[in-house]
Design a protein around this ligand. Structure first.
Ligand SMILES: Cc1cc2nc3c(=O)[nH]c(=O)nc-3n(C[C@H](O)[C@H](O)[C@H](O)COP(=O)(O)OP(=O)(O)OC[C@H]3O[C@@H](n4cnc5c(N)ncnc54)[C@H](O)[C@@H]3O)c2cc1C
Length: 95
C-alpha cells in the first residue's frame, strides 16, 4: 500500500479493513509493515559504499561492497535480520 492510512479497523483484534486518507478502504486479513531501517553508523556511506533503496549496504554474491576489497555481511547487508542469516552471510564473505 502506498497510500496514507487513516484508520485500521478490527473486531476484538481481528483485522477487518484499512481506510485511507483519500476516503477509500479495503478489507484485509493481515497487515505487514515495511519499516525503514537506519544504521547506527554512517561509516559505510562515509567511505563510499553504495547503499540499496532499503538503506542496506549494496553487495555482490560474495559480499563485496561497491568498493573493491571492502566486504560486508550480516544485518547491514540484508533485510533478513536473524543470527542464522548473519552467520551464513559471514561464511560467504571474501575471496
Ligand atoms: C531485540 C532483538 C531481538 C532479536 N532476536 C533474535 C532472535 O531471537 N533470533 C535471531 O536469530 N535473531 C534475532 N535478532 C536479530 C539478530 O540479533 C541480528 O540479526 C544479528 O545480531 C546480526 O548480527 P550482525 O553481526 O550482522 O550485527 P550486530 O549483532 O548488530 O553487530 C554489529 C556490531 O557492530 C558494532 N558497531 C556498530 N557501529 C560501529 C562502529 N562505527 N564502530 C565499531 N563497531 C560498531 C555494534 O556495536 C555491534 O556490536 C534480534 C534483534 C533484535 C534487535
Amino acid at each position: 500500500m502506498d497510500q496514507d492510512i487513516a484508520n485500521i479497523h478490527h473486531d476484538n483484534g481481528q483485522l477487518r479493513t484499512v481506510s485511507f486518507q483519500d476516503g477509500s478502504s479495503i478489507a484485509i486479513d493481515v497487515l505487514y509493515a515495511d519499516p525503514i531501517f537506519k544504521e547506527h553508523t554512517s561509516l559505510p556511506s562515509s567511505i563510499g559504499c553504495k547503499l540499496t533503496d532499503k538503506k542496506r549496504i549494496s553487495i555482490t554474491p560474495d559480499q563485496q561492497t561497491s568498493i573493491l576489497g571492502v566486504y560486508a555481511c550480516g544485518d547491514c547487508t540484508s533485510l533478513m535480520r536473524s543470527i542464522a542469516a548473519a552467520v551464513a552471510s559471514g561464511n560467504l564473505t571474501g575471496p
